[in-house]
Design a protein around this ligand. Structure first.
Ligand code: F6R
Length: 639
């Protein structure tokens, strides 16, 4: 189960010497706990070297993956006296061209997250120099490589992995024995870096990177991968053939490498996704459902038509012998899936609810829909939202963040100029216009007033959508959680203030149902932080009597959908309801037409979500269930 609470500090999956896996790996429930263990490994290496009066040479990575490792090393330095005096570091890479002072530089990143907070000697820090003024970049790269060798070689190399399979910035096509050099970044890598640079156009096209050969020369390598975004590339790297197309696969040849994964990053591994193909399984209800759904998908056969032979041919003979015949198993699973479908997401009043996802009573429920940004509610559950209102429930929407950084300067300028034309004497408006007109790319953070304007634009768009769905304005709450309000893509940490705000809205509404974005794709992204804030608030508030009657349903964010076997409530949408949902999404005008945080999917949000909702319905239909136009999907969270 994805959302069980952590009970132990134990890995949830160990490397299996099966025919699929070629790299040692360990899976943890939480990336935070796993990062602490990695920091402990680094700390004991540093101390071991200290005892031998030797230097410890560390290869370091940037990006979101190692942040918590650095945080823990800093904590160990501060609280436990871990000294870095014998440490020499070599960073993997740097954008090119890139000035050290630029907040997007890896130089800046490393100082902010690690070097400024520990006692490393400045002369022991090595980060590729990305300055355009570098006289002979190629010679510089050769010297960097030599410097690593002269320091005694890398004792430990920390890595992240890009979705292209890059390690460092060794993009597809990199040679196994490559050394430090200048490379051209892959398009996907630039897309992924886009948010940090406030748009892909600002991401440099080149970088200096250690080579695959340099990385592989390290005595010990630990690669970190968090979140389901990394699921495909992790499977490819651990299970695929070695190939220059996926440079990280060269690590298969290194005999002291460990991949540290969380459940999201590991979810595509054969032993996790289809464990019956790698070992004998204990067939609990969740696994049975997963297996039958997988088999039906794989064979393109509806569930009631699966035969004994289908099960036996696909590694499930033990399931069959446990269950009797395919006939009995098929019917059980078919009914289970059928019972997830309901047109009454708030429960069907006065109906027998023993086989329905929601309770019939109370007939009119109080509902809070938490939406990380001001449009996730309509994008991810606009149809369900619409039904809840129409079926007479007291629905509240709580927008957790202002979403202000996703409004472009051009949009903000447009609204400021409209406001100026209406009332030309506003001093504030003039200041805003002045600021926006003189802003140089993404170099400086928006002024407070500009951020405020961008937040108001998103607020007004949300209100247009919620009014369209029939919600009174007083049921729409703009929480403006403080962790988000940094003015940059990098957010602050969840604080007591965030949790207090979350608890206060729950306490005011006393909901029977809470909906929230269960988005695990990016553990450092806003959606995950918003989810964590909800989980913490629920933990604190669950003692209240009214919370005993509160059910929490998770929808997935704009990017993914639950797997069919994970869905516990599927709400069908008629063609008309699909159009109403589209209409509601259209009110979010600043988020249309090539928005800033589009990702590598160039489809508009409404197109993406319509495709996704149609696909969910098609999958149900392919199982042999009713044929709907679209479906929204939810998974229950138990707290
Ligand atoms: C960083 C680096 C890259 C990143 C990779 C993953 O120094 O060399 O290979 O490790 O792009 O980035 P995150 O961790 O942000 O997903």
């Amino acid at each position: 189960m994805l959302y069980q609470k952590e009970t132990a500090y134990q890995p949830v999956g160990q490397f299996e010497d099966n025919r699929f896996e070629k790299i040692h790996n360990v899976i943890y429930k939480s990336s935070d706990k796993a990062s602490i263990l990695v920091a402990e490994e680094i700390a004991s290496l540093i101390k071991e070297k200290q005892n031998k009066k030797e230097n410890c040479v560390l290869g370091l990575a940037t990006g979101s993956s190692p942040i918590k490792v650095y945080e823990e090393l800093v904590r160990m330095h501060r609280e436990e006296g871990l000294s870095f005096e014998n440490v020499i570091t070599f960073n993997l890479d740097e954008y090119y061209p890139m000035e050290k002072s630029n907040i997007q530089s890896y130089f800046f990143f490393m100082h902010e997250h690690l070097f400024n907070h520990i006692n490393i000697l400045p002369e022991n820090i090595n980060i590729p120099d990305g300055r355009a003024s570098l006289e002979n970049p190629n010679q510089y790269c050769i010297d960097y490589e030599m410097k690593i060798k002269n320091a005694g070689g890398l004792d430990f190399q920390l890595l992240g992995i890009g979705r292209t399979g890059h390690i460092g910035f060794n993009e597809p096509g990199s040679h196994e024995n490559s050394g430090t050099r200048i490379i051209t970044l892959d398009h996907i890598t630039r897309v992924d870096a886009g948010p940090a640079f406030l748009g892909i156009d600002n991401v440099p096209r080149k970088a200096i990177t250690m080579g695959i050969g340099t990385v592989k020369s390290a005595k010990r390598i630990v690669l970190l991968a968090w979140g389901s975004n990394k699921g495909d590339i992790i499977k490819q790297t651990i299970e695929g053939e070695i190939s220059t197309e996926f440079p990280a696969t060269y690590l298969q040849k290194h005999n002291n490498t460990t991949f540290i994964l969380d459940e999201g990053a590991a979810e595509k591994l054969t032993r996790i996704k289809t464990p019956w193909l790698t070992r004998s399984c204990i067939w609990d209800d969740d696994l049975k459902l997963k297996a039958v759904v997988w088999l039906s998908n794989k064979l393109g056969t509806s569930i009631l038509k699966l035969t004994d032979k289908d099960y036996n041919d696909n590694g499930m003979s033990s399931l069959l012998s446990q269950e009797g015949t395919a006939y009995d198993l098929n019917i059980r699973i078919f009914n289970k899936l059928q019972h997830t479908i309901t047109g009454w997401p708030g429960g069907k009043p006065y109906a027998d609810d023993s086989n329905r996802p929601e309770r019939a009573t109370p007939a009119k429920k109080r509902v809070i829909i938490f939406s990380p940004h001001p449009d996730d509610d309509v994008i991810s559950m606009g149809g369900t939202f619409d039904r809840l209102v129409q079926q007479g429930h007291e629905v509240h929407v709580a927008y957790q963040t202002s979403g202000n950084i996703a409004v472009s300067d051009e949009e903000a300028l447009k609204f400021a100029e409209i406001s100026q034309e209406i009332s030309s004497d506003s001093h504030k408006t003039c200041e805003i216009i002045d600021f926006l007109k003189n802003k140089k790319g993404n170099e400086n953070i928006d002024s407070l007033e500009v951020r405020k304007l961008k937040g108001i634009i998103r607020k007004r768009e949300s209100l247009a959508a919620t009014r369209y769905l029939g919600l009174p304005d007083e049921n729409v709450h703009f929480l403006n959680l403080p962790f988000y309000e940094t003015g940059t893509i990098k957010k602050g940490k969840i604080s007591k203030d965030d949790i207090d705000i979350m608890m206060s809205i729950i306490d005011n509404v006393k909901p029977h149902q809470i909906y929230a974005a269960g988005d695990l794709a990016d553990p450092h992204g806003t959606h995950k932080v918003c989810l964590d804030a909800l989980f913490i608030a629920l933990e604190k508030i669950k003692v209240k009597e009214y919370m005993k009657d509160c059910w929490v349903w998770l929808y997935r964010g704009a990017w993914h959908e639950w797997d069919s076997n994970e869905i516990e409530m599927a709400v069908p949408l008629s063609p008309d309801q699909v159009l109403r949902k589209r209409h509601a999404i259209f009110y979010h005008q600043t988020q249309k037409d090539g928005v800033m945080f589009q990702g590598d999917d160039s489809r508009e949000f409404w197109v993406r979500v319509e495709d996704r909702n149609r696909l969910t319905a098609e999958k149900y239909n392919a199982f042999g269930l009713a044929d709907y136009a679209a479906m929204e999907a939810f998974k229950r969270y138990f707290f």
